[in-house]
Design a protein around this ligand. Structure first.
Ligand code: AMP
Ligand code: MG
Length: 496
């Protein structure tokens, strides 16, 4: 397939816009004054078959700064509802986002959505804008997660301006263009069930199944196809993907920060990057969102919160299925799917070829030790491979209680001895799953500071490292080190 040489050659459509009008409001985005393209993502452009030369055209800037529509698209803001911090929040929706359209790429279709592009009927108290700080963080996060192999939305472009935006202080407005096969959320389903509109709920469920989960319509072996089976199967598939996503998050030390049901992707992708964080010093109960005083979304609670959210989705689908037992049976599978995936990932991080029940204690004890010492999450895992190869102190240095760290290491080495795999082979396997570079808060902060001066250089550097986070690159030691002291003072909150 030949790359599109202009945006009109992309042949945009918008299948979401073909849904009944109750699902959205059609309205133009509101552009920024004197917008500048701070960064464009060549990898994302390739996903939609767009020639990289188009990224530097005025047409590209106009469309992705919200000044004119995507040729062939159909600009709209979608409605949804949701539970926020465990409480029913009622109607929400794209309060500052505009879906421009959908583009068929070489490996599938992608929706293109502006975030920070002005008010919509769903803005509530908000101003429809997003600040540069949170836009840089969102732009980087999708690519960082993708580099780690974690399912995520992506980002195509980051446009900045001098337009003032009032948060705790005055900041400047930016627009990030996100890409995802779909931006439908658990809350999109809750919207129609809460309004007691089974017809529209069914329309949405059928749309999601037909486009993204066609296998849900296939009858299971030995079962007669029923009208409601596809919706049970949908819950099953979303449960499976969400459980795997939680295992991925836990394994890379990622905290989402705002796991409200309106931020949960129906495709099991990491969605809506706000006050997220990759942990530096490990705490089991680490809270990355300064606004989450009670720690509802702390690191160790993420899997159970995901299940709580899936119950809300299941509760919505109940309106279509009636058979609560069938839905509950599906949700009951979450724990086993999560646990198996978590053990697979954590076992691999420890250099284990296969997980045995005793490994649970080995893992728990390491996590407890890391927690007690606030050992750096990323480096603890990464330096295990060094420790295997005789460089024990690199690992032990990360713990105040070096003796305890050393004793745990001896247990791991004894476990490895049982496997009988050559040490170099084990160490190489570990380095393929324990990243060296993650998007630590202070690295994002440095990129934000440079971006405020109009300099995209740090974004470039970070993308280069984070797209290949398992491979050490010469000259970038600073990006793989412990955070500086000032990193402790960085506060990220819901304000964005
Ligand atoms: P979030 O917690 O960022 O997922 O946002 C929750 C809801 O608030 C979503 O419906 C957003 O669209 C909306 N929202 C957040 N910030 C703004 C803003 N500055 N202007 C309008 N709506 C917003
Ligand atoms: Mg959101």
């Amino acid at each position: 397939m030949k790359n599109a040489q202009s945006l009109s050659e992309l042949n945009a459509v918008n299948s979401f816009a073909a849904l009944p009008e109750a699902f959205y409001t059609r309205l133009p985005a509101q552009g920024l004054n004197n917008p500048r393209l701070l960064h464009a993502n060549h990898e994302a452009a390739a996903l939609i078959g767009l020639d990289p030369a188009v990224l530097s055209t005025s047409e590209f800037l106009e469309v992705f700064s919200g000044s004119r529509p995507l040729p062939g698209g159909d600009t709209l803001a979608a409605v949804y509802s949701g539970h926020q911090f465990g409480v029913w929040a009622g109607q929400l929706g794209d309060g500052r986002a505009h879906l421009l359209g959908e583009v068929e790429g070489p490996e599938g279709a992608w929706e293109l959505q502006l975030k920070g592009s002005g008010m919509t009927p769903y803005s509530r108290m908000g101003d429809g804008r997003a600040v540069l700080r949170s836009s840089v963080r969102e732009y980087l996060a999708g690519e960082a997660m993708h580099g780690l192999g974690v399912p995520t939305t992506r980002a195509l472009a980051l446009v900045v301006s001098d337009d003032p935006v009032m948060r705790e202080t005055v900041e400047t407005a930016a627009i990030v263009t996100r890409m995802s096969p779909s931006f439908v959320r658990f809350g999109s389903f809750e919207h129609w069930s809460s309004r007691r509109q089974p017809d529209l709920l069914k329309t949405l469920a059928d749309y999601v199944i037909d486009r993204y989960y066609p296998q849900c319509r296939e009858a299971q072996a030995g079962e007669t196809p029923s009208e409601t089976a596809p919706y049970v199967n949908l819950l099953q598939e979303v449960t499976r993907r969400t459980a795997l996503l939680m295992a991925d998050w836990q394994a890379v030390g990622f905290c989402h920060g705002v796991m409200n049901t309106d931020n949960m992707s129906i495709l099991g992708l990491t969605l809506d990057y706000g006050p997220y964080g990759f942990m530096d010093g490990f705490r089991l109960g680490h809270i990355c969102n300064h606004s989450d005083a009670e720690g509802r979304y702390s690191w160790n609670r993420q899997p159970s919160v995901a299940l709580w959210n899936l119950y809300r989705l299941g509760g919505s689908l109940h309106m279509l299925v009636q058979d609560a037992d069938a839905l509950r049976a599906v949700l009951d599978q979450f724990e086993a799917i999560f646990t198996r995936a978590f053990h697979d990932r954590m076992g691999a991080k420890m250099g284990l070829a296969a997980w045995v029940p005793d490994d649970e204690a080995l893992l728990d004890d390491l996590l407890k030790l890391m927690d007690a010492n606030q050992a750096d999450f990323t480096l603890t895992w990464r330096r295990l491979a060094d420790a295997l190869q005789g460089r024990r102190s690199a690992f032990e240095d990360l713990f105040i209680d070096r003796l305890a760290a050393g004793a745990w290491l001896d247990r791991l080495l004894a476990r490895h001895a049982q496997q009988g795999r050559p040490v170099a082979e084990t160490a190489a396997a570990m380095n393929r799953v324990n990243p060296l570079y993650v998007l630590r808060n202070h690295l994002a902060e440095n990129a934000i500071r440079a971006a405020k001066m109009g300099d995209p250089g740090e974004i470039d550097t970070l993308l280069k490292l984070l797209r290949n986070p398992y491979v050490a690159q010469d000259g970038y030691e600073r990006y793989a080190g412990l955070p500086p002291d000032w990193a402790n003072g960085i506060e990220v909150s819901c304000s964005s």
